[in-house]
Design a binder for this molecule. Structure first.
Ligand code: NAD
Length: 396
């Protein structure tokens, strides 16, 4: 079929298999160009199919020749209906790993469930014995709690008062005011259940009890802080409470891994266009201003550059893991630079529908968004008849 982007709100309903393959190949080439990283050799990535998780999997495999197991929740294709992009990304990743002689298997299902945790443990036992790095990179709007059976939905809301600020519809470029009503306690609690650290902790407990964590194993989850302009809806909002919980969980996991000399970290990453972040109001406007400035300064990074730097300059330096005073790894350092933030804050005040194409990088935002779904890549013939029925080779 001829596959074209079909946008609905902040999602795209179609994905292009050849474009997704190109995206994965580009990321692999980037990691290879940066040279070998003396990192973990057996890696489990939870949330491995898109965004930071996919970039982590690629960095492990093609930076450190690691065997990887990837867990994700993606929609396979049906005749005439494309798969979700993470499916095509994972298919391409496995093909490239195979060509490079690297072990790579994937599990598609709900990572919050006991069943998927057990399936993963069985796969590690059968194929790898143990893992020495566990990346936790889930971003989900909902979680079916495995113990209570309750379905929790997260909310992206401010706490304590209505938040009114600018936002942009990045498809139309229209800058407008948005008001978001404050969360009630239930919204906060639900968001913490979905995006906080409980599931990460459950994964680590299950892996440890099954004896599939190697001595000295490391686990890393991802967080975000961001600037003042997004604070009310992000770091001081419901999602921020979940991130506080996730960050606190790193310490309790480290405690529980003491006897195997294991360690849990949270890495604070840069704001980037992913399926998860496009759904958060205000963030797309912030990102388009930020991109413009970071690109002009020559310090812009995408997911793969961030993960390559996380591995090579933070996790595997051979000389300890540098953290901030709260024990967090910081690779949002360039985003949070005072000069960068000052410029964003002043552009923020000026931004209008009319001037955003000049003062912001709306084009860059749109292009990254299209790229998430495999569209807009050089060298891909989007007019060609394309087979949507692509398999992920390790999944029956
Ligand atoms: N995008 C940003 O700007 C940004 C910045 C800093 C930190 N982070 C954090 O990084 C982490 C990953 O986010 P992302 O932006 O890469 O998101 P993403 O949407 O690109 O990736 C989410 C991944 O989780 C998987 N997933 C979702 N629900 C699942 C489920 N129930 N079971 C199994 N897999 C499931 C998806 O398949 C996908 O692999 C999140 O914790 C996010 O808060 C994101």
């Amino acid at each position: 079929m001829i596959i074209e982007p079909r946008m609905r709100g902040f999602i795209c309903l179609t994905a292009h298999p050849t474009g997704c393959e190109q995206n994965v190949k580009n990321q692999i080439n980037y990691v290879k160009s940066k040279g070998h990283i003396e990192g973990a050799k057996k890696v489990l990535v939870i949330g491995a199919s898109t965004g930071f998780g996919l970039a982590s999997r690629i960095t492990s495999a093609f930076g450190s020749d690691a065997a990887t197991i990837g867990v994700f929740f993606e929609k396979p294709p049906m005749e005439g209906k494309t798969a979700s992009p993470g499916w095509y990304n994972s298919a391409a990743f496995e093909n490239e790993a195979q060509k490079a002689g690297l072990y790579a298997k994937s599990i598609n299902g709900d990572a919050f469930s006991n069943e998927i945790k057990q399936q993963t443990i069985d796969m590690i036992k059968a194929d790898l014995g143990q893992v020495d790095l566990v990346i936790y990179s889930l971003a989900s709007p909902a979680r079916l709690h495995p113990t209570t059976g309750v379905l929790h939905r997260s909310a992206l809301k401010p706490i304590g008062g209505t938040f009114t600020n600018k936002t942009v519809d990045f498809h139309t470029g229209n800058v407008s005011q948005i008001s978001i009503e404050p969360a009630v306690q239930e919204d906060i609690d639900n968001t913490v259940v979905v995006m906080g650290g409980e599931d990460w902790s459950m994964w680590m407990d299950a892996l440890k009890s099954a004896g599939v964590l190697a001595n000295g194993a490391t686990t890393v989850a991802y967080s975000y802080i961001g600037p003042e302009v997004t604070e009310a809806v992000y770091r001081k909002g419901t999602i921020g409470r979940a991130k506080d919980h996730l960050e606190a969980t790193a310490f309790s996991i480290t405690d529980s891994l003491k006897d195997i000399d294991g360690k849990a970290y949270v890495s604070v990453n840069k704001a980037l266009v992913t399926q998860a972040s496009s759904a958060i109001p205000v963030i797309p406007l912030y990102i388009s201003l930020l991109y413009k400035i970071m690109k002009a300064e020559g310090i812009h990074e995408g997911c793969i550059e961030q993960m390559q730097r996380l591995y090579s300059e933070r996790l595997y330096t051979g000389n300890g893991v540098p953290t901030d005073d709260k024990g967090r790894i910081r690779i949002d350092d360039w985003e949070m630079r005072a000069d960068v933030q000052e410029k964003v804050a002043s552009l923020w005040l000026e931004a209008t529908t009319e001037n955003l194409p000049q003062i912001g990088d709306l084009e860059g935002y749109r292009s990254d968004f299209h790229n998430l779904f495999g569209f807009g890549f050089e060298g891909v013939d989007y007019k060609a008849d394309t087979n949507e029925m692509v398999n992920v080779s390790s999944i029956e």
